[in-house]
Ligand binder design. Structure first.
Ligand code: AMP
Ligand code: MG
Length: 304
């Protein structure tokens, strides 16, 4: 995940708050060590290296998350798909800042993408890939999952007021801040020019809820006057261009993380899908018009 995580906790005794906060951050590190593609000793790296050759057993925890990712992939009609990794690599975003591949390379990567290429054996917590080249990337769901687990730990420690965020893209709010009704988090639009400051477009109120924001900017490159970002549409093989920013609010950070990525990929049409899935979802999709004017569609989020 290679992201900076932050935990803010409120309560009466500093020592116990500090201990709970540290425990939460340790939990996030433990999960990152399981899921990171980039650590050769992670469960996911091992899976990616071996599962095309044999059934690979994973921990029940990783198996459950894999199963949930498969379900979210089906529910979002493939807009969210952790098998997108060969395309992420092909577009130069695996450890890099991106580069434009040739059409043959994209076509070849697409052959190894699709949840249908992953077999899950639930009794043994075992996984097998149906062909070589398949690779899993938990980059769009792992952060949310880690934050859910950290929040669970804080609650077990009796914390009733806290906020956790990872890379400012997923946040979970427990309870409310002291003397306030709810937690408030701003969603910022991409800066219009290189030196401009990002501008808030909405403020989201959270109470025992998670917010995730996905955006192409930040990790993208420009080629032929067009911006290509790190979120790839697994169905086309090309960087998503139906939206420039997507935000989702629900009570599970695992779900908001996956669904904000799905929404960025599918754009406004994705809003219909996720509202059908989770009728109480709050969401926002922003697309810049060719002349740079933001067009925003929201569900239960007020724009500033
Ligand atoms: P996020 O910032 O949560 O939207 O996650 C983006 C990251 O997830 C990317 O940097 C890729 O590693 C990976 N990814 C890219 N496209 C997709 C997709 N369509 N579905 C799932 N993961 C993706
Ligand atoms: Mg995500």
């Amino acid at each position: 995940m290679a992201t900076r995580f932050e935990v803010v906790v409120y309560g009466d005794t500093e020592a116990s708050l500090r201990a709970a906060g540290e425990e939460a951050l340790n939990e996030i590190q433990r999960i990152e060590a399981q899921l990171s593609l980039y650590r050769p000793d992670s469960e996911v790296a091992h899976l990616n290296a071996r599962a095309a050759h044999e059934w690979v057993r994973v921990s029940p925890e990783v198996f459950r998350l894999l199963d949930q990712a498969a379900e979210l992939s089906a529910q979002t009609e493939g807009a969210f798909d952790i098998t997108v990794a060969p395309l992420v690599r092909c577009w130069g975003f695996m450890g890099g800042t991106g580069q434009r591949p040739g059409p043959e390379a994209i076509e070849q990567a697409r052959q190894s993408v699709g949840m249908g290429l992953v077999e899950l054996h639930s009794e043994n917590s075992a996984v097998r890939f149906r062909r070589p080249g398949v690779m899993l990337d938990f980059g769009a769901i792992g952060k949310g999952y880690a934050i859910d687990k950290a929040a669970e730990l804080l609650r077990e420690e009796g914390i009733t007021s806290a906020i956790i965020h990872g890379g400012t893209s997923t946040a979970f709010a427990i309870g409310r801040p002291p003397d306030q009704r709810v937690w408030k988090i701003a969603i910022e639009a991409p800066p219009q020019t290189e030196n401009a400051q990002p501008k808030p477009i909405a403020v989201v109120e959270l109470h025992d809820e998670a917010l995730s924001v996905s955006a192409a900017w930040g990790k993208s490159f420009v080629s032929g006057g067009k911006t290509f970002g790190h979120i790839i549409d697994p169905r086309t093989g090309y960087p998503a261009d139906n939206a420039d920013l997507a935000a989702v609010v629900l009570s599970s950070a695992t779900e908001t993380d996956a669904l904000s990525t799905a929404l960025l990929t599918a754009g406004a049409a994705g809003q219909e899908i996720i509202t059908r899935l989770r009728p109480n979802v709050r969401s926002l999709v922003m697309k810049l018009s060719p002349s740079g004017i933001p067009e925003v569609q929201t569900r239960s989020i007020q724009l500033l």
